[in-house]
Ligand binder design. Structure first.
Ligand SMILES: C[S@@+](CC[C@H](N)C(=O)[O-])C[C@H]1O[C@@H](n2cnc3c(N)ncnc32)[C@H](O)[C@@H]1O
Length: 214
């Protein structure tokens, strides 16, 4: 299990079934995080029976643990990942999720203002030095005015991310919040430290980033 967890942190292409096992283990408890993200979207992107379904993009979706939970709540989900195997796995699990193979360090293959919400979790360490700034710019571009980007920042991710970039590279919620604000987002920080005390490995700070309505 430790070897697999290490491979997971390194980003090695591990088998989707094995990935699901690690992600739902006591180390990561992704189902728990998925529920928290779901409730944050329900709070900031209210589902209204009268209007069209709200569209959310899950960037670096992995095998779709977050995507599947958001679909079950009633959102229209697109999952983007660089790994074809994970996207195939998502399709087999739930064919209503649209899948897109793409690199999050590059221009995203969507027109401007095409999503109401964006989520990206557990993949910051794969953003390159140039990629981070493009990533934030692209998310801003593809969101509708008033759209919401939920970005959980994990301590474990920060350590690996710094080792891949540099010690001075912006990786903390504080530094990322500044870049998001410069791009035009209004940022709200949420920390559930006390509520997550039993969830030993996973106490992210959630950055809730709202694209200002002009
Ligand atoms: C630790 S997993 C997180 C998956 C999922 N968000 C979750 O929480 O279960 C990291 C994911 O990032 C994806 N990834 C790595 N580099 C990427 C890139 N440059 N563009 C898009 N996805 C990438 C990997 O394929 C993997 O699915």
């Amino acid at each position: 299990m430790f070897k697999a967890y290490f491979e997971f942190l390194q980003g090695n292409n591990i088998d989707p079934q094995k990935y699901e096992g690690i992600a739902n283990s006591i180390f990561l408890r992704r189902q728990f995080v998925a529920k928290r993200i779901g409730s944050l979207f329900m709070q900031y992107l209210k589902l209204d029976k009268e209007s069209d379904q709200l569209k959310i993009l899950d960037i670096a979706s992995g095998t779709g643990i977050i995507s599947r939970h958001l679909v079950s709540l009633g959102y229209d989900i697109s999952a983007l990942d660089i790994n074809k195997e994970y996207l195939k796995f998502i399709q087999n699990q739930n064919s209503s999720i649209k899948t897109i193979q793409s690199d999050m360090n590059r221009k995203l293959p969507f027109t401007s203002s095409s999503f109401d919400g964006v989520i990206s979790i557990g993949a910051n360490r794969f953003l390159t030095k140039r990629g981070l700034f493009r990533f934030i710019h692209e998310i801003y571009r593809i969101l509708v005015p008033g759209g919401v980007f939920i970005w959980p920042i994990f301590f474990s991710d920060i350590m690996v991310w710094k080792s891949k970039t540099s010690i001075f590279f912006p990786t903390t919620s504080y530094a990322l919040q500044k870049i998001l604000q410069r791009e035009g987002f209004v940022v709200v920080k949420k920390n559930y430290f006390w509520k997550d005390i039993l969830c030993v490995r996973q106490k992210p700070i959630y950055l809730i980033c709202i694209k200002k309505k002009r």
